[in-house]
Write a protein of this length. Sequence first.
Length: 551
Amino acid sequence: MIDQDSIEALKARLDIVDVVGSYLELKKAGGNFKAPCPFHDEKSPSFVVSPQKQIYHCFGCGAGGDSVKFVMEYEKLNYPEALEKLADNFNFTLSYTDNKQNKPRSQVMDRLNEWYQTLLTHNATALSYIKERGIYESSIEKFGIGYAPDSNATLNYIRSEQFAIKEAIDMGVVGFEPSRNQTYARFIERITFPIHSANASIVGFGGRTITGHQAKYVNSPETPFFNKSRLLYAYHLAKQALYKKNEIIITEGYLDVIMLHQAGFDNAVATLGTALTLEHLPLLKKGSPRVVMAYDGDKAGRAAALKASKLLSASGFDGGVVIFERGLDPADMVKDGRVEELSNMFRNTKPFIEFVLDEILSLFDLNSPKEKETCMAEGVSYLKSLSPLLQEEYKTYLASRLGGLGISPSLIKLYKNGPTDVPLMQKDKNKDMWELSLIKTVLEKPHLINIILDVLEPSLLQFHSREFTLALNNQNDAPELMAISVDESIVALKDEEALNAELITFLTRHYERELRKVNLSRDINFEKKAFFIRKYRDVIASLKQGELVPL
């Protein structure tokens, strides 16, 4: 592992303009530099590099970060690889820790996979199965498909290659049974599918039985290198295509992926025997592709698609679902030559939100008023995970699907809980320059934060309370805050005196609005109304005398 002090020393040497400028032609624009964004197609440059902040940000697609992040995204490298590339480019020597846990990954996986591939060419039963499934020889080579023999043969091979059995246990290809004090190979008489990390290192295997074992498929166990909830099968092969096509197809199995790639859908990947999880999302967000979930139509497949759709829609992903009915799957359709039909299915997916709502509706008897009420409550609970705009848009969809008794959208009560991943601030839309200036003040002059918090809380901001909260929590790498940081039209308040004057003006207007609301309200009793009227009048009077009143 690279030593943290060494990383900080490298970052201190880097200049964002030099780093990005070695990849893109930058043009001066005020105190910043601009270029067409390399991460999405655009005609007018919206990609800004700030030498003062040492960050880049695209106002079109939201990409942003520092020098290391840029190299990671542009070169499709992981964090250590990007650091090593930058160190090499800028003639900097990195230091590495000698912690035992941070030693280089064992080569036992690579050697074992090469051996499995050799064994496959001599196993008639395994080759017959692969041919029967329609897999070409070119795909066998591309995906590194192999064959694992009996346990003793694997253990003997590992020893013959001078690898310690403990090393193989740590990597997950060998198991140990304490009660019998015995080691065993985890993959026995199975066709093997090597599983790679995003940077193409083999970190595990999947195995498909050809001898009738009750477990048709098995995967490597969890290891420090293999976490199935963070990995996607064949992502290392699909990542260039998904960036180019701006779309990723997620399936349920190895064979689906292999056959889809064979048919030209080289942006296909698969989950590894588990449902899509939150831990998969950082990988899926790379390049912001449209996500197509291609799942089986059986009960388990639909349940997995429902869970994934809830997760993806609540996290702001674009895309939809394809369900394969009548026992078919993508691999079968490719084998049967139905490639054009598949292409149409992937183009015409059911949007995530519609799919979730339709699946919820299918679980209830809508002829029963009580079940209809329960169904509506579950639908509303899901809608609350979405952005306020999507909540309003889809409550009409939910109401119309609830059936022939004529449910009015007004019966569907929603609250603005907000999504887990709010879209970036749109230019000149719902944009308040005063609030943005206040946020930039928090970012650039943190010593003024306590003054602000004494008199103002995030909920008082009408347009940018989310960004204000992010700034207060020091989440400066959030895309929304990067956009504010590099926007030269937003100017931070220059000092405490200017801040006090602006806060007095803002709060006076705020409390005058609150006073009008109380005066016009018919929902509170006389005593409560009188209390708030006195309170707001006193606060306004103090503000007009130049005194900030604590919350």
